[in-house]
Write a new protein. Structure first.
Length: 454
């Protein structure tokens, strides 16, 4: 592996700085709910003010503070948003071996809730923002576009006190050509090939209730028309086979790039996963089922049962049983398509399929920002590839997409031996990031910002 080191930048010093910011941010307990993001915003403001930059604090409700700061460029191009969220999900404290709010460093890893989701990115963005600000002050050298640092509250609980509020009430703050946010950037080793995922698309989400009805009665005299049994059959059908295939351009390009890097027989198999006749069989037989699960989510609407409800007493057969499905919809598909797919899959008219309003997904085009990301990764790892990625979950980018901002998810993160992947650490126990990865992230993001702002 080569280390790319543009002259004049002390990467060790910048990495130390990012590490210090990350540790301080992890010590702010911004567990959402309740949030208390003012703690992180106060730290950020202090750092920016020390550099002579006065940020804007946005507080739609008490304590729910987002921070916005602008570093003016020449104005030749439209701004780049450096997006992050400052809130984190709750912890099960007894499952951690380190203090989740201690910002502790052990064996080269910084531990804490938010270490990879996403105070790491915030620390990188802050460090680079301050670096470009200092460079402008010292040399007069300006980027071709404004850099906007936007650290928002409330991402983990829907964004009503964060990005959603900002987009609805102060859209001028996010008037930009590009945004870098969470949702991708992790490296994966697939069949011996290092692949970095660059999130260009995001699935929509919708909750669906399945409601099964049957005959009530005494549990001592079971009969054939029971709501619970009917619901169990429906759940079994929904979970035992994927819904129909929907291939969007992002997924097609992802698979093409993957295919080009693989050896036989994986190469031939992967090429056929977009074939509706073979897709399910091939995915079931892929040697790496983690990859198969990821591909399945990129190619199908999904429905995952999570909340079950039936019954009031042990000896009463309930007349109704329900399950809530967490459904994720391929961009371009509608709630009606999904409901139709579920009805056909379940095949029982006595099970009602009741959708709630959908939050739509989106698909971005590859742009010069994608090329810049590819070039930055190539400098670090010439043998790695960057693949466009359909993120199956949601991020705040869903609020930016309708405004025409090209928002990519890319938090650069190298896989490390013996360390769980980012996808497992995020929201998991002992969430942590290595100092080495902070350095990697800084170099890659520096390069990306520099390339698209010349
Ligand atoms: Zn996040």
């Amino acid at each position: 592996m080569t280390i790319h080191a543009p002259a004049g930048i002390d990467w060790a010093m910048l990495t130390d700085e990012a590490q210090r910011h990350l540790q301080a941010l992890l010590r702010c307990n911004t567990t959402n709910p309740p949030g208390n993001e003012y703690l992180a915003a106060a730290y950020l403001r202090e750092q920016l003010q020390a550099a002579g930059i006065e940020p804007d604090l946005i507080e739609p409700s008490p304590g729910r503070v987002s921070l916005w700061a602008r570093l003016p460029g020449t104005g030749a191009q439209r701004p780049l948003l450096l997006v992050s969220h400052t809130d984190v999900v709750p912890v099960e404290r007894d499952q951690w071996t380190r203090d989740p709010f201690g910002g502790e460093l052990h064996d080269g890893f910084i531990y804490g809730r938010g270490a990879v989701d996403m105070k790491d990115m915030l620390a990188l963005e802050l460090t680079l923002f301050l670096h470009f600000a200092q460079r402008a002050q010292e040399t007069g050298q300006r980027l071709s576009r404004d850099l906007i640092l936007l650290a928002v509250a409330d991402e983990e609980d829907g964004g009503a006190h964060g990005m959603k509020w900002i987009v609805e009430n102060r859209p001028e703050l996010v008037d930009a050509e590009y945004a870098l946010n969470e949702g991708g950037g992790m490296g994966m080793d697939i069949g011996g090939q290092r692949v970095y995922l660059c999130e260009l698309a995001q699935k929509g989400s919708i909750r669906v209730t399945l409601r099964a009805r049957g005959q009530p009665g005494h549990a001592a005299i079971p009969h054939a028309d029971q709501a619970v049994a009917r619901l169990a059959r429906a759940i079994s059908r929904v979970t035992s086979a994927p819904l129909p295939l929907h291939v969007i351009p992002t997924a097609r390009r992802f698979i093409q790039i993957l295919v080009a890097t693989q050896r036989q027989p994986q190469r031939g198999m992967l090429a056929q996963v977009v074939n509706p006749l073979l897709s399910d069989t091939i995915l079931a037989r892929l040697p790496d089922q983690r990859v198969a699960d990821g591909l399945r989510a990129m190619l199908h609407n999904t429905a995952t049962p999570t909340l079950l409800h039936a019954g009031t007493a042990l000896n009463v057969i309930p007349g109704e049983a329900t399950v809530k499905l967490d459904c994720r919809i391929i961009p371009g598909q509608t709630a009606e398509t999904l409901v139709g797919e579920l009805r056909r899959h379940i095949g029982d008219p006595a099970v009602a399929v009741e959708p709630e309003p959908m939050s739509p997904g989106y698909e971005m085009r590859p742009t010069p920002l994608f090329d810049a990301i590819q070039a930055a990764i190539a400098k670090e790892e010439p043998n790695a590839v960057v693949a466009p990625y359909l993120f199956p979950a949601v991020s705040d980018s869903r609020f930016l997409a309708p405004l025409g901002v090209t928002a990519y998810g890319f938090v650069p993160h190298q896989p490390e031996p013996g360390v769980p992947p980012v996808q497992a650490l995020a929201h998991g126990h002992d969430e942590r990031v290595s100092v080495a990865n902070l350095g990697f992230g800084l170099r890659v993001l520096y390069d990306v910002i520099q390339t698209i702002s010349e």
